[in-house]
Design a protein around this ligand. Structure first.
Ligand SMILES: [Ca+2]
Ligand SMILES: [Ca+2]
Length: 227
């Protein structure tokens, strides 16, 4: 009976890993300012994908309905090359290994999300919720902001590893990355300070359900062979 329970727990664990949902946690209280009562302080980000889209569920230590001037940003290295010093919004944030994609979002004025890509010489706006770009969406509620973008729009393919970081920023166009998901320490000391991304790795998994079933099948075979 005990063995059965352990086996089920193991299978559930493997299925969870294979679903492509990864939670990246950050320090609470690692921002230079308490402005916004926690809306700039990242607690965790859950990243997941389907065959078509990638989703970032950003949890912060404040209420984005009550205080809505925060900006929520994602920088991605998805291909060779890229911008080594800037981003789609021209904020003082860089990724020295080369950024290829930028998601910029706001949660006031009805919410909005823009997707940019680096074309080798400049950042190009590829889609926006303001233009009703298919597959691009943003929702918020309580402590979370959820961003979804089509993989094709970002030039990302199933099976590849991407490196990324998620930032919060303020309402001023010159505001930098007040918090970085990848940096457990304080990211900047003042609003306009330039800062560097702390890249994290996410593997864009193929058809999550099928992949999980395949793994479970493999476990079942291995179990039979041991008997
Ligand atoms: Ca934080
Ligand atoms: Ca941080």
């Amino acid at each position: 009976m005990m063995r059965t329970a352990v086996t089920i727990a193991t299978l559930a664990s493997i299925a969870g890993l294979a679903s492509g949902q990864v939670v990246y946690t950050d320090t609470v209280g690692d921002t230079f300012t308490t402005a916004g009562d926690g809306i700039l302080d990242i607690v965790q980000v859950e990243v997941s994908n389907t065959l078509d889209d990638i989703t970032f569920v950003i949890t912060v230590d404040g209420d984005v309905d009550a205080t809505d001037w925060g900006k929520y940003l994602v920088i991605i290295d998805s291909a060779p090359g890229g911008d080594t010093a800037g981003n789609g919004w021209g904020r003082p944030i860089g990724m020295s290994q080369g950024a290829n994609n930028w998601l910029g979002s706001w949660v006031d004025g009805g919410n909005g999300l823009e997707a940019y890509s680096w074309d080798g010489g400049a950042w190009q706006l590829d889609g926006s919720t303001n233009d009703a770009t298919p597959g691009l969406s943003i929702t918020k509620g309580g402590n979370t902001v959820t961003l979804t973008a089509p993989l094709a729009l970002l030039g990302i393919v199933v099976g590849q590893d991407i490196e990324f970081d998620v930032f919060t920023s303020g309402g001023g166009e010159g505001d930098g990355a007040v918090d970085s998901l990848g940096n457990p320490g304080q990211q900047i000391g003042d609003w306009g300070d330039f800062s560097e991304a702390f890249p994290l790795v996410y593997t864009v998994v193929p058809a999550p359900g099928v992949f999980a079933l395949g793994l479970l099948g493999g476990v079942a075979v291995a179990t039979r062979r041991r008997r």
